[in-house]
Ligand binder design. Structure first.
Ligand SMILES: *Cc1c(COP(=O)(O)O)cnc(C)c1O
Length: 463
């Protein structure tokens, strides 16, 4: 099979890609559907796409099976039955190609906070993405990958003094600001920094609103640019974020229009801005093509290629979410006897204080599937799925807190019991990174890596 090694920020020739098993994918009601809409160069890859999908599921399934079948909860050492992840780095690679097909002019700077997994960062580094970091530790982790400091943006509008000194000493120049105090701080500590003015957006339809906390309103940008000019600072661009898990493409259009206004304001203050940063917020489900389509059209209108403006973005969940599957062990069960039917409370060894922190912080609803029950591993078979009828369960985490509930109600035909395993898909974004060790449960879980794309494999073995 031909292996595609993607470019490092040179323009991709998509007709070339069409010879290399590249496909666009979308999800329809949870079923994969490979489409090649709007991209003339991509023809007739449905077959390859389906094969690819099956191959990915097979690798993930094998990794899950091998691990859970090696553990006997009756005899194992404490922690052997702990929750673990399987990460398919091939999925990250496919997401990157999907990005390049849909937003070919926009260079992604992966938002490290979403999932700072080392292998994920290594692959993205090899793919040539940039990185959005918000702390010294994130910047340090990326620099250790031998990423050039010019591929990092310190995208935190309210920075720590000592971190500013750190980035100055390490050559990271790009950073965001959105208020006058921060401008004075930067003027004092790092006057040569390359500054992006972060503007406010309408993030009301996103999962996690960020504009409550960050972003300059359009009636303050003129004053900020005047002060930056007075302080002799180097404003190089505008950035925004439409909110994490954005669902309204119109938010992107409005933000691009506002950014265009600020570019003009900046020119009147003598700044010749060269970069627009469209932030993150992209989901990896089938809303991506629509979002990207609206954004691409807006960019082509307000920041056309001939304008010479660089375009960057800060996607996080888009890259990480679908690549990670988690497996949890059923550690306890409580039967609830009722006249009508017996239902059960299942206690698993991970919860809201752990990798399911995404339920609290990211408003997610992970869906349980059966990985292994009654001595049978049923990953990716109909027997894994919840049903309308059947035995009712609620699923709880291992801590002593009553809020630690993963699922209020779900039904399976099987009678689940202690020692069985559940799995949850799409667990790569805002999960492990915000897990705690509350109540003494570890937040350091194994990740088993598989790679369903030869291209990604080749890149990683180069490392
Ligand atoms: C969190 C964050 C991101 C990533 O957001 P996603 O919704 O995961 O794409 C990007 N930029 C900034 C400044 C952020 O705070």
């Amino acid at each position: 099979m031909p292996t595609l090694v993607t470019d490092r920020f040179t323009t991709l020739d998509y007709n070339d890609l069409s010879n290399n098993h590249v496909f666009l994918k979308s999800y329809t009601n949870g079923v994969f559907d490979y489409n090649n809409n709007q991209h003339g160069g991509l023809h007739d890859h449905q077959h390859d796409g389906a094969n690819n999908h099956a191959h990915a599921r097979q690798l993930i399934g094998n990794a899950l099976r091998e691990r859970v079948e090696s553990i006997d909860h009756e005899y194992c050492e404490p922690g052997d039955e702990d929750t673990f992840f399987v990460a398919d780095l091939g999925e990250v690679y496919r997401q990157h190609l999907r990005w390049k097909l849909n937003l070919p002019r926009v260079k992604p700077f992966y938002a490290v906070k979403c999932n700072p997994d080392q292998k994920l960062l290594e692959l993205l580094s090899a793919l040539g993405t940039g990185f959005d970091c918000a702390s010294k530790a994130e910047i340090e982790q990326v620099l250790k990958l031998n990423v050039d400091p010019s591929r990092i943006i310190y995208a935190q509008p309210c920075k720590t003094n000592s971190y500013l000194r750190y980035v100055k000493n390490n050559g990271v120049r790009q950073m965001t600001f959105d208020n006058t105090d921060e401008l004075r701080k930067i003027a004092r500590l790092y006057p040569d920094a390359e500054l992006f003015l972060r503007i406010l957006t309408d993030d009301s339809s996103s999962l996690c609103r960020l504009s409550l906390k960050f972003g300059a309103s359009l009636d303050s940008t003129d004053e900020l640019l005047a002060l930056a000019n007075e302080l002799g600072l180097n404003v190089v661009g505008v950035s925004f974020h439409v909110g994490s898990g954005a669902s309204d493409p119109a938010a992107f259009l409005k933000a691009v229009q506002d950014a265009h206004t600020v570019f003009q304001q900046a020119a009147s203050h003598g700044f010749s801005l060269k970069t627009l940063d469209v932030g993150g917020g992209f989901c990896s489900d089938n809303t991506f093509e629509q979002m990207a389509g609206v954004l691409r059209t807006a960019l082509d209108e307000y920041f056309p290629a001939h304008s010479g403006i660089n375009l960057i973005a800060e996607p996080g969940r888009y890259y990480a979410s679908t690549a990670f599957t988690i497996a949890c062990n059923v550690i306890a069960r409580r039967s609830i006897e009722d006249i009508a039917a017996t239902s059960y409370m299942l206690y698993v060894n991970d919860g809201l204080y752990g990798n399911f922190s995404s339920i609290m912080f990211d408003h997610q609803h992970p869906v349980a599937k059966i990985l292994r029950s009654g001595g049978h591993t049923v990953y990716d078979t109909p027997a894994a799925d919840a049903t309308e009828d059947g035995i009712e369960y609620s699923i709880w985490g291992p801590t002593c807190d009553g809020i630690d509930r993963i699922t209020e109600s779900i039904r399976f035909p099987q009678l689940l019991d202690v020692g069985d395993w559940l799995y949850f898909e799409d667990m790569g974004a805002y999960t492990k990174c915000s897990a705690t060790t509350f109540n003494g449960f570890t937040n350091n879980h194994d990740v088993i890596y598989v790679c369903s794309e030869p291209g990604a494999k080749a890149l990683l073995e180069l490392q």
